[in-house]
Design a protein around this ligand. Structure first.
Ligand SMILES: O=C(O)CCC(=O)C(=O)O
Ligand SMILES: [Fe+2]
Length: 314
């Protein structure tokens, strides 16, 4: 639950940091689920002779070794389809522990204070496990791996969701610190959607944002940063010697466009019709894999609306 002061802060500033939201056992279960997943990925890469022997390696060692070997763990660990062409074999991860996080009652209680009691789990959601900067490949540009450029979350969905009541919940799995690349924000809800450009990442067009008032948003593991979809934010680079791990989840008022309606969403909470809430992680997994099959057979649907040739992007 949020206090009135916290709700007011969110409404005025467009963001809010809340400590100690996710219970430790829920976090630990997510860590264990991802560790099992990486063990399996690593084993298959080792069998293919692509990575060194992992016998004495922990989770972080395996992430480092596979990244250095050019083996991609991001997409197999992500809780979404990619924005690019969708392949019928594209890996994703949906399991019981990450589902428990997405529908965590303490998290939904907070979201309910901001959106009301009819809450849909929005499909714009990602895992971000970010290596220390020196480990990054020189050509690494992915916002899920390296630092994230300035953007508004409204800008990463389709136009039909421009008036959707939505909130981003950025959940820290490791502590997020200034050193390891926590988020930063320009406080205040912008009047509207700023122009974005599909350059290295989809980011606010050059000279359309003054970042001089930007503030970093450190938060401990288990804490959550909440964002209004029109607040401008980015992440700092990871200058520490450890990985930084977060999930960004989004929720919107049920019945409104999600901004990626070709991806699956589900009722996470409904006070009016509790029987419509999704409670089984296997159904969640199955709808995503069914969406993959359906989308792989169709022509590509771009996830962003922005045009690199637009004059603001010059
Ligand atoms: O974690 C990051 O680097 C960026 C996250 C973000 O932009 C978001 O949660 O909306
Ligand atoms: Fe964002």
């Amino acid at each position: 639950m949020l206090t009135e002061a916290q709700v007011t802060q969110f409404q005025n500033q467009g963001f809010l940091v809340v400590d100690d939201v996710i219970p430790a056992p829920v976090l630990d279960a997510v860590r264990a689920e991802y560790s099992d997943l990486l063990d399996k990925l690593y084993e298959s890469w080792q069998t293919e002779g692509r990575v060194p022997d992992g016998t004495d390696m922990d989770f972080w060692d395996k992430l480092s070794a596979s990244y250095a070997a050019g083996c991609d763990w991001f997409q197999p660990m992500d809780i979404s389809l990619p924005g690019g062409e969708i392949d019928a074999h594209c890996p994703m991860h949906f399991g019981p522990a990450i589902f428990d996080l997405v529908v965590q009652s303490r998290l939904l209680d907070i979201v309910e204070c901001l959106l009301g009691p009819e809450i849909t789990s929005n499909p714009i959601q990602h895992v971000r496990i970010k290596p220390p900067s020196p480990q990054l490949a020189a050509d690494e540009v992915r916002a899920h791996i390296t630092s994230t450029d300035w953007h508004q979350d409204r800008g990463v969905g389709h136009e039909d969701a421009d008036t959707t009541d939505m909130v981003t919940a950025w959940v820290a799995i490791t502590d997020g610190t200034v050193e390891n690349g926590c988020l930063q924000v320009v406080p205040g809800i912008d009047d509207g959607l700023l122009p974005h450009c599909p350059q290295v990442q989809t980011a606010i067009a050059p000279a359309h944002l003054d970042t001089s008032s930007a503030v970093p948003l450190p938060v401990n593991a288990g804490g959550v940063v909440l964002f209004h979809p029109l607040v401008s934010h980015a992440s700092l680079p990871n200058r520490s010697d450890r990985f930084r791990w977060s999930f960004d989840l989004r929720y919107n008022v049920t019945g409104q466009p999600t901004g990626r309606d070709h991806f699956p969403s589900f009722a996470a909470r409904s006070r009016a019709a509790p029987e419509t809430e999704l409670r089984d992680w296997r159904v969640w997994r199955d709808v995503w894999f069914a969406a993959r099959d359906r989308l792989a057979a169709k022509s590509h649907i771009p996830i962003h609306r922005w045009d690199a040739d637009s004059p603001v992007c010059a």
